[in-house]
Write a protein that binds this ligand. Sequence first.
Ligand code: ZN
Length: 335
Amino acid sequence: MKLFSSLALLGSIVSETLGHSLASRDDSVGFDPVCGSVVSSEAMDLSRSRTEQLRRNFRRDPEDIYQGPIQTYWHVLYANETDDGGYIQPEYISAQMDILNADFGPSGFSFELRNVSYLQNAPAWQLLNLTDANTVPDILAPNRVGDYRTLNIFTASAISTGGTANQTTIGVASFPNFDDAPFPELNSSVFVVHWSLPNNAGAKIPILPASSDYTFLGKNLVHEVGHWTGLYHTFQPNLTTQAECDPVNDQVNDTPAHIYIRELNSGNSSISCDVMPDTCPDIPGLDPIHNYMNYIVDKCRFEFSPGQIARQHEQMYLYRGVQAEGYNGPEDVGY
Ligand SMILES: [Zn+2]
């Protein structure tokens, strides 16, 4: 029975994954890598009121506030020791951690890699389906290390979050506040496809259109850890038309609301990082195309805004009990 359900699980993941690449994918739109941490306006409202309450009534033993590098554990889910099999050479993980630390430098957070575990198992582990009921008890819970303030990073060749066809999920993360978590049971974890590391190793699943020349520079993990530290997408709540442009947006003052531009995320090498679009012209400010929390090619992303950093500080303090350098406590709002 156990064998049968494992095979059934594997079959459903493989057929879904291949279905996206072979049957549903429309090559004319190019590569469209997306993130599974999409939050509804209702969840954001609930989360905000919870944060406001917590800010007013914050109580935590000062001994239980942690200052220092965030303890980080990396888990490689792989089928065999090849790039295509999900394997990652240790030096590539080390290079990715250097990028994570450099990009979080202005936020005042740092990450100390304590261990890399190589978890070889059936291909079902390599194709991580976060909507499957077996994934948490069978794969994630037994391997996750530490507590709510410990960062666990899982990599796999493919991640399924039950998203839309023609879009490729390359990462997903849990938020500090359970009320806005798309997958609350994954409470302290971040997931990225292994081929989004800067060395760009491994076959991409679903298979990329030949027209795409997307080059990953390690910003996918920075984006996902951005969620883990409390940030939403800069185009919240998933804007698609100008009528939806909403000044509340991602609940951060200095990231102007905008519409996600698919073309800028496609990997087309002619994309310029210097031309700032204005997709919500009635709202002050140009689109934040250099922001890690946007969907845009890695080469354009190099900053968190001061408001995002202030939000990260508060979220990490209130929910994970981690105090960043330069943060003075719940009265220090600033975003
Ligand atoms: Zn995201």
